[in-house]
Design a protein around this ligand. Structure first.
Ligand SMILES: Nc1nc2c(ncn2[C@@H]2O[C@H](COP(=O)(O)OP(=O)(O)OP(=O)(O)O)[C@@H](O)[C@H]2O)c(=O)[nH]1
Length: 159
């Protein structure tokens, strides 16, 4: 399990009430139980049959971290495996999707870590991405004001 941060959701503004948005990505080999952990956390349930992983990723979860409202904007499940957990010294948890052991703790800790990472990231690529995100927004608002100037609002004919 690793924390970090589909069009259109990636580009959507923070939903009402959320002060921060993070993404949670479940990494791991096939059939290790990624989807079931997500199912247990989001739905507080476990069904032996497979619930569509895609359907699970459509849920949006809200959390509170240090008093701040956090929107978990995306929960992805991927079979790609990385050396991510070791590289970032992420904690190890014994979990069970079947009986719920440690599932809420695992996800809540991941959300907290994601918020902390987002607020203190010294990662060069993250900084570049943040610059690009705000650049794009500035550009859109400039384009909007340009359009307003070139197409002045039509006034209804006076009677
Ligand atoms: N008994 C038990 N079975 C589990 C548990 N977690 C998952 N399983 C079973 O393990 C199988 C695989 O679980 P998934 O959650 O689909 O695993 P996944 O890692 O998402 O698999 P992929 O979609 O192939 O990547 C399913 O048959 C689950 O019912 C658990 O905590 N206990």
């Amino acid at each position: 399990m690793a924390e970090a941060a589909e069009q259109p959701r990636d580009e959507a503004p923070l939903e009402a009430g959320a002060e921060e948005a993070v993404k949670i990505i479940c990494l791991g080999d096939s059939a290790v139980g990624k989807s079931k952990l997500l199912e247990r956390f989001l739905l507080d349930g476990f069904r032996p049959q497979q619930l569509s992983t895609f359907a699970l990723t459509l849920y949006q979860h809200r959390a509170r971290v240090d008093g701040k409202a956090v929107l978990v904007a995306d929960m992805k499940v991927t079979q790609k495996s990385f050396n991510f957990a070791r590289k970032f010294s992420l904690p190890f948890y014994f979990v069970s999707a079947a009986d719920g052991t440690n599932v809420v703790k695992l996800f809540n800790d991941a959300i907290k870590l994601a918020v902390t990472y987002k607020q203190n990231s010294g990662d060069f690529m993250d900084e570049v991405m943040q610059e690009l995100e705000s650049f794009d927004l500035e550009k859109k608002s400039e384009n909007l004001s340009d359009q307003e100037e070139s197409y002045p609002e039509e006034k209804p004919p006076s009677s």
